[in-house]
Design a protein around this ligand. Structure first.
Ligand code: S3P
Length: 172
């Protein structure tokens, strides 16, 4: 199916780019973190607090399996969706995985602005750098297309994604 899964580390701009992409494509947006919050009737920090990371990951995978049954969606995924190979398999079977990248400095600046990401709360730049490098292989495994979202404007990033999707014959 033709879903577009936006993946990438926290703070790479997945939600912003999802909205910009919608200008180019007549697709629905699915915000996975928001959907998990609705299903669980808790905020992300509350889910981590009450159910742990494992409980969150379980809810995330269950939701992905449901979302993947539909088509014509731009799905803004939580940054850790790639940590389970079965999630990557579901995304690849049901669409194209677009990875957004940004420098650790840019990510650090962005994630520092709010408090709703338990895994990076109170972390310094070097912790973030380590997390990014620990996760590199997972993002690399998942990605069909890679676009840098650190330097360009959201419109430029969105049009670059559309260009690459078209070039790869993945817009049908
Ligand atoms: C996470 C990323 C978050 C959210 C949760 C865990 C991660 O989503 O799903 O806090 O493990 O990278 P964003 O990437 O939208 O911040």
């Amino acid at each position: 199916m033709n879903n577009i899964y936006l993946v990438g580390f926290m703070g790479t701009g997945k939600s912003t780019i999802a909205r910009r992409l919608q200008k180019f494509l007549p697709f629905q947006i699915v915000e996975m973190d928001e959907a998990i919050e609705r299903v669980e009737a808790m905020t992300i920090p509350e889910i981590f607090e009450k159910k742990g990371e494992e409980g969150f990951r379980k809810a995330e995978s269950q939701l992905l399996a449901i979302i993947a049954k539909e088509k014509n969606q731009i799905i803004s995924c939580g940054g850790g969706i790639v940590l389970k190979p079965e999630n990557i398999a579901i995304m690849k079977e049901s669409g194209t995985v677009v990875r957004l990248t940004s420098s650790a400095e840019t990510i650090f600046e962005r994630v520092n602005r709010n408090n709703n990401r338990p895994l990076v709360k109170g972390k310094g730049l070097s912790d973030i750098q380590k997390m990014i490098s620990d996760r590199e292989k997972y993002y690399a495994d998942a990605a069909d297309i890679v676009v840098d979202s650190g330097e360009q404007s959201p419109d430029e990033v969105a049009s670059e994604i559309v260009k690459q999707l078209a070039l790869a014959g993945r817009l049908n």
